[in-house]
Design a protein around this ligand. Structure first.
Ligand SMILES: Cc1cc2nc3c(=O)[nH]c(=O)nc-3n(C[C@H](O)[C@H](O)[C@H](O)COP(=O)(O)OP(=O)(O)OC[C@H]3O[C@@H](n4cnc5c(N)ncnc54)[C@H](O)[C@@H]3O)c2cc1C
Length: 515
């Protein structure tokens, strides 16, 4: 069953799209259940030179999983936990297939109910030790918990707690992947490195990049090339994930401000205070502007799940969402009190702030934060019904070398000049905002595309990143037409020419091959 290549008929039309709202085309689809299935399918397709688009959960917002003809390799049935290990110093890692969702992984880490029939003995022993040990977690969290772990790895996703924990690749120590010929390999962190532009590959060949990586991180680990390569080089079929001790205290606080500028100044003070690993620390610093809060409010009327959320105080211009982690309640409480006091200096009425703690309450906090992108996407859907040419139009740029107020000011000024409305939210602690243009018609959609291209130039000019965690996919490719091609993409293109010279993986994504 898992090896079958099925014709793409009406039953599978959902698989032609992802959360970017773009719709593609394909001739066939498969749902492998094991690496052996993936190898068989890719070897078969190669004989026919059929291009293949790799799909995880299709929550991506850049059209990376939207097929452009050929075959769809959908990994949603590869969702097993296949092993576990405990190192001598008591650290745990878990081996998973790529299609397991973040939600399923989190459930398993908190309350393991695993079928271990096919596991080896060391894995079974590690699971026993794991069940007796204190709780563990896997830090990457792109908030959309239906995202697959393979998709998160392929995008090197960040999410809200990346402010403290960093991107996904930090927590992936090995991967297995299948190349375009249908051969499977393993890459462990620390095993294969680029040195002077050359790197041994597990297939026995030597890879080349034209000019070796330079600067602060001259050493490039091969695994870090695959993580973030958006499926352009191979299909990730297994991942070894590093687990951390779960903090005992998880808190979230939402602060409401009557002036956006005050919210921005509050964020700047938080961003610039030391946030070293300590007994209590801030792991997420998120901003939600007025239009985002308005979209959430509208969504509450039609989405019953959001009914549990309190009402946003009237006369709110912006909100700041913080998450705190720590091991002792008293220390997290102390930090929370300091932050509440600090917020008062920026006009936040402490009595209106929301505070959440404990597993159940934190779900509510996350529901609120997740409602931001979901509600905005819902708004795009309703405009799309009037004009299907309109798709999601959001940014994923991280600014550098300025204050949060400067970044927000730049977006506001340009939006006002262009007469466009946008919902602005996201990872304020890293100057990494998602500006979602809310076009009312196709002309505004086109104007939105222009303004995003102009921002890309500004961000690139100061050394920020134009595409940070959502990937390039098909949607963001156009941003690089008028910018110097980023070094990371240049390396990937060069490696794709060596590893997938026929361009069979993910056609239409990221870049064109120099053929
Ligand atoms: C409401 C909402 C909020 C979101 N918030 C965030 C956020 O805060 N931060 C963030 O980073 N992202 C966010 N995302 C985007 C998305 O969830 C992430 O990009 C996620 O990593 C995509 O995972 P997926 O399984 O859905 O991948 P897909 O959409 O299926 O695929 C994405 C790309 O990865 C490739 N790919 C998938 N699986 C594999 C594999 N096993 N091997 C090789 N290539 C593969 C695909 O070919 C494609 O190019 C959000 C999405 C939504 C809908």
């Amino acid at each position: 069953m898992g090896k079958e290549i099925l014709p793409l008929d009406n039953r599978f039309s959902d698989y032609l799209r992802d959360e970017s709202r773009n719709v593609g085309r394909a001739e066939s689809i498969s749902f492998p259940e094991s690496e052996a299935d993936v190898r068989h399918i890719l070897a078969t397709l190669r004989t026919l030179k059929t291009p293949t688009t790799v799909q995880g959960s299709r929550t991506g917002i850049c059209g990376g999983a939207v097929p452009d003809g050929g075959h769809i390799l959908n990994l949603s049935r590869m969702k097993d936990i296949v092993g576990m290990a405990e190192s001598r110093d008591g650290c745990f890692s878990i081996r998973v297939q790529p299609g397991i969702s973040l939600a399923a992984l989190t459930r398993q880490l908190y309350h393991p109910v695993v079928d271990t029939a096919a596991w080896d003995d060391p894995s079974r022993r590690a699971l026993h030790a794991f069940s007796l040990a204190e709780k563990k977690f896997w830090p990457p969290d792109p908030t959309e918990d239906s995202a697959s772990i393979g998709g998160i790895a392929a995008n090197n996703a960040g999410g809200i707690t990346a402010h403290y924990y960093g991107p996904a690749r930090r927590y992936i120590s090995a991967i297995r992947f299948v190349d375009s010929k249908g051969d499977g390999y393993q890459v462990e962190r620390g095993r294969f490195f680029f040195s002077q532009g050359k790197c041994p590959h597990p297939n026995g060949k030597i890879l080349f990049v034209e000019s070796p990586p330079t600067g602060a991180a001259p050493v490039l680990d091969l695994i870090d090339v695959y993580l973030g390569s958006e499926g352009m080089l191979g299909v990730i079929t297994e991942l070894t994930l590093k687990l951390l001790a779960s903090p005992k205290e998880h808190w979230a606080i939402v602060f409401f401000f009557t002036a956006e500028s005050e919210a921005a100044n509050f964020i700047e003070q938080i961003r610039t205070r030391p946030n070293e690993p300590a007994e209590a620390h801030i792991v997420a610093v998120e901003f939600l502007d007025h239009d985002t809060l308005f979209c959430i409010d509208q969504q509450k009327e039609v989405n019953n799940r959001l009914a549990v959320l309190p009402d946003v105080p009237s006369v709110t211009a912006a909100a700041v969402y913080l998450e705190l982690h720590g091991d002792r309640a008293v220390q997290v409480e102390d930090l929370a009190s300091q932050l509440l006091e600090m917020s008062a200096a920026y006009g936040c009425d402490q009595d209106t702030a929301w505070a959440f703690s404990g597993e159940q309450e934190m779900k509510k906090a996350r529901l609120f934060r997740h409602a931001a992108p979901e509600s905005v996407n819902g708004r795009i859907d309703s405009v799309r019904r009037t004009d299907p040419r309109i798709c999601k139009l959001g940014t994923d740029m991280r600014m550098a070398g300025c204050s949060f107020a400067d970044v927000l000011g730049m977006y506001r000024l340009d939006l006002d000049r262009a007469g466009l409305q946008a919902a602005i939210f996201g990872h304020a602690g890293d100057l990494h905002l998602h500006v979602n243009i809310l076009p009312k018609n196709h002309d505004e959609f086109l104007a939105g595309q222009k303004i995003i291209a102009a921002w890309a130039k500004k961000v690139d000019a100061v050394g920020g990143s134009v595409v940070t965690e959502h990937g390039v996919g098909k949607v963001k490719k156009c941003l690089f037409r008028s910018l110097p091609f980023p070094r990371r993409l240049e390396i990937l293109r060069h490696l794709k020419e060596q590893l997938d010279p026929e361009g069979l993986f993910n056609p239409g994504n990221m870049f064109e091959l120099n053929r």
